[in-house]
Design a protein around this ligand. Structure first.
Ligand code: ZN
Length: 70
């Protein structure tokens, strides 16, 4: 099991936002590292989820992540 202790800030080439934490591998070309949010977007798009629904799902994920931090 590899641990991701080396957390740096990076700029996501997909959305242009700064992010920290473990990046996601873009499904578009399988080599670009994108932010976790874009990774979720791509995964949802891949299974045919619409843009609005993607945002709703992301909001739910963010909410539950914040609750875990408490
Ligand atoms: Zn992004």
């Amino acid at each position: 099991m590899k641990k991701y202790e080396d957390i740096k800030t990076a700029i996501c080439p997909k959305c242009g936002h700064e992010y920290t934490g473990r990046p996601a591998l873009s499904r578009a070309d399988n080599k670009t590292m994108i932010c976790p949010d874009c990774g979720i977007h791509e995964a949802l798009e891949n299974i045919g989820v619409g843009k609005e629904e993607q945002n709703e799902i992301l909001e739910i994920i963010h909410r539950s992540m914040r609750e875990k931090d408490k």
